[in-house]
Design a protein around this ligand. Structure first.
Ligand code: ADP
Ligand code: MG
Length: 397
């Protein structure tokens, strides 16, 4: 969809901002460009919508050499979101969002209808926020208006230059998640610039790691973290990349423990005997629909008043932490810490919530090792060993 072919940009003062760059972004793909300040990310991006012309080389959009496309027409096919957002201060949020449809000559009512739709899509209520002026919004809300405006003419391509750079970390994480949900629905081809490796890893289908004016590695987040192509990339992704890797490694079925399963209505004595028979320290308690309720420790004694009439229900320890299969390990670790739990119930999906197995800190650790091992076979052993979460994991039940 976007292709760079040996593109070089030298500014008039002799600065080579981008040096013989070649890469390709597939349709519907979200590629993050990440690197330190001044490495040429913005220059790369502005050569896609012809705000900057290359000194050498060619840029193609959908197979067409963009130097042959009229810049104004070209930009209609490309949404552009920047950190400063650039909203018109004296126009309402709705009018700001409708800017491009207006320029394209849409009827006023249709343009406003489209703008309202888009505000809704980015999580703003058009009836509440539509009539406000930009200065009456928070930074995060302004950023959302920027995204809505860029999407207004439904361009197939979006360029986003550090769009979340100016909002605080909590809001940023929220915007990132929303943005991922949005991208799942709209499937644009996106170039997303950031200087933050965490953001690049979280959002990108692939990541281009920039050194000075060149791409040092263009790869999946897992490969960039697990098998950095150069010492520069290894340095840039940092020594804590094992932790970052938690964000990109999903919980898989093979990672799960299968402790014995007991039901709340079962006699406690039978359940405890079964746990002893299997030699485990606990059992999972599931309801009739196989949804997890909690756990039962080995050797649970019935209350004297109940004696042999006691059921599992009486010994049940509730446990709320659950996670859908495929969720990142990072979410699992966060849930363990938040619930102070020694295990997490992994379910098929959030809606039906049917139990599949238990994820323990030990299993989480193994999953992380497997993930690192899968594409870092050539890393020195000592380095791999550093990348464990053993120290961060809470104790097993
Ligand atoms: P990034 O977005 O990665 O921070 P830029 O693409 O903005 O980097 O800049 C890359 C290099 O080009 C930097 O050294 C910067 O100073 C230089 N540069 C950017 N714009 C101009 C310009 N208009 N004239 C001269 N040098 C520029
Ligand atoms: Mg920049």
């Amino acid at each position: 969809m976007i292709r760079f072919e040996n593109v070089t940009k030298r500014y008039d003062d002799g600065t080579t901002a981008v040096d013989s760059l070649s890469f390709e972004v597939a349709e519907g793909e979200l590629v993050t460009l990440v690197g330190p300040s001044g490495c040429g990310k913005t220059t790369t991006m502005k050569m896609v919508n012809r705000l900057i012309e290359p000194t050498e080389g060619r840029v193609y959009l959908d197979g067409e050499d963009i130097s042959a496309i009229d810049p104004v027409r070209l930009r209609r096919r490309i949404g552009y979101v920047i950190q400063q957002v650039g909203l018109f201060p004296h126009r309402t949020v709705l009018e700001n969002t409708a800017t491009v449809p207006h320029l394209l000559g849409w009827k006023r009512a249709k343009a406003r209808e489209r703008a309202a739709e888009l505000l809704d899509l980015v999580g703003l209520d058009p009836s509440v926020h539509g009539a406000r002026y930009p200065e009456q919004l928070s930074g995060g809300q302004r950023q959302r208006v920027g995204v809505a405006r860029a999407l207004a003419a439904d361009p197939p391509v979006l360029l986003m230059d550090e769009p979340f750079g100016a909002v605080d970390p909590v809001v940023r994480e929220h915007l990132q998640n929303e943005f991922l949900g949005l991208q799942e629905r709209v499937r644009k081809t996106i170039l997303f610039v950031t200087h933050d490796i965490e953001e690049a890893v979280r959002l990108g289908d692939r990541i281009a790691v920039y050194g000075q004016g060149r791409i040092e590695q263009f790869d999946s987040p897992a490969r960039v973290l697990g098998a950095p192509a150069t010492p520069y990339v290894a340095d840039f992704v940092g020594a804590d990349r094992g932790l970052k890797r938690l964000s990109v490694t999903p919980v898989e079925e093979a990672d799960l423990d299968r402790p014995p399963v007991v039901r709340p209505g079962e006699p406690l004595r039978d359940a405890v005997a079964r746990i002893a028979g299997e030699g485990t320290r606990w059992a999972v308690v599931l309801d009739e629909e196989d949804r997890p309720l909690g756990w039962l420790p080995a050797g649970t004694e019935p209350a004297p008043s109940l004696g042999k009439d006691a059921t599992v229900r009486e010994g049940l320890r509730p446990m709320d932490a659950r996670l859908p299969l495929g969720a990142p390990l990072r979410q699992a670790l966060a849930a363990m810490l938040q619930h102070d739990a020694g295990w997490i119930a992994v379910v098929d999906d959030e809606r039906s919530g049917r139990y599949l197995g238990a994820l323990t800190p030990g299993r989480l650790h193994e999953a992380l090792r497997r993930s690192i091992g899968a594409d870092a076979a050539d890393l020195p052993r000592a380095e791999v060993a550093l990348e464990t979460v053993a120290d961060a994991a809470p104790p097993a039940p």
